[in-house]
Structure formats: C-alpha cells, structure tokens
Design a protein around this ligand. Sequence first.
Ligand SMILES: C[S@@+](CC[C@H](N)C(=O)[O-])C[C@H]1O[C@@H](n2cnc3c(N)ncnc32)[C@H](O)[C@@H]1O
Length: 231
Amino acid sequence: MMRSKEWEKIWDKRSVDFDGKDLRVIDGFDTLSCDEWERAVYFFCDKLDIDDSDKILEIGCGCGAFLSTIKEKYNDVSLCGFDISERAVEIANREVNGDFLVIDACEDEWDLNNKFDIIFSFSVFHYFNDLISTQRVMEKSLKLLSRRGKFLIGDIPDKKHETHDRKIRIKQKRDRVGNTDHLYYDKGFFIDFAEKNNMKIEIIDHVKYMDGCFPNMSFRYSVILRSDINE
Ligand SMILES: C[S@@+](CC[C@H](N)C(=O)[O-])C[C@H]1O[C@@H](n2cnc3c(N)ncnc32)[C@H](O)[C@@H]1O
C-alpha cells in the first residue's frame, strides 16, 4: 500500500481516541508540553506576520490543533482546512470555528472557491508518496494564494539527516509495518520551487532557531514562501 494510504489509516484511528480535551495530543504533538506547543505555533504566527483579518487555509489540518491555537490569539481570522482523515475533519468541525473538508491533498480536486492570505501545512508533507505528489500540492496551493500571500510548509524532515533519523525511528518502533515511514526532503527541492515561481524563500532550521520548541524534532526545518517578491 502507498505511504499516504497507510498513514490515512493511522491518523483515522488516532482520531477515534479523542477524549474531548486536547487537540494537540490527538494531532500527534504529545511529546510537547502545552507551553512548548504554544511557543512553536506563535513562533510561526510571528514569522507569518498574521493579521486578524487574514483568511487562513491549512492543508492536512488534522483535528485542528494548529489552527485552534492560532484562533486563541487572533480571534477574527477566518479558518479553513482539509484533511485526508474523515474522523479528524469531523472533530475539527465540531471543536474549531472554521470550515473543514475531507480532501486527500495529493489525489483529490480541491473544491475551494477562495483566495487565502496564509496557506500552511504543518507536519504533513512527510506523509506524501513522492516528490511529484508534493510538487503538485505546492502548485495547487499557489493558485489559491492571494497576491501578497504567504505559504508555510512546516516541520519537514531533512534529507541530510535521513539515515540517522530513520535509525532512531526504528529503534523507537515508530516506523511500523508497511510503508509507514517518512518522506525526507532536500532543501534544494524548495529552493528550486521558489526560484521557478519567483518567490522569496526563508528556511528555518528547527535546531538553530527554535531551541526548546521542538526537543525531539531537531532534524527538521520549515519553509516560508512569499509571493510579494517584487513589492
Ligand atoms: C501530524 S498531523 C498534523 C495536523 C495539523 N497539521 C496540526 O499541525 O495540528 C498530520 C496530518 O496530516 C494528514 N495528512 C496526511 N496525508 C494527507 C494527505 N495526503 N492529504 C490531506 N491530509 C493528509 C493526516 O491525516 C494528519 O491529520
């Protein structure tokens, strides 16, 4: 079975265990304390310079942990999200003030008739099958981005650390049966994409810039693409 389908089953199953309390835990950030999680989310909000009037879309929103944390600080933003997991979307629609849809980012049409000021995808791209799928997801995202919009791809496993990171995941029994491993990305992949699309790119190494936010995610980085390069 393809990697993304394997992970769909896992995330669907995880959402069944929702205890009505903490979206952070159900969305997979249980190794972070509430404080660490908030610090990480607001670190990115500052980077994105979020404004209360922004329209925000998340690709792979899960149950809405990231989006609901944004909403706690920026009350008037409008939120939209989609996820491959039906159960996660059910929870997001119940728990978070926004519009949430079941969409497989790689396989389905995105039926969204809107432009967004901020589009982001946090801790999701490593579940995709291959770089071709990812490239398509990024191209579709740009079509929905407003003229001065910002696009964050967060928490990307760095190809440079693949061998070491895989060893750790196997030791911790986190890579289970089948294809439940991660897709790792060379930073050059995002740099090329930015160049081709005439966008400004900022790469944030978690280990360097986010000391303490992600104690066990130091092999990851995040990317912010800005479309206002000439303004
Ligand atoms: C670690 S969780 C992150 C949830 C959310 N982004 C957050 O930060 O709160 C990863 C999510 O990606 C979703 N996902 C994985 N592959 C996907 C795909 N092809 N299309 C849409 N969502 C996907 C999973 O179902 C899961 O909910």
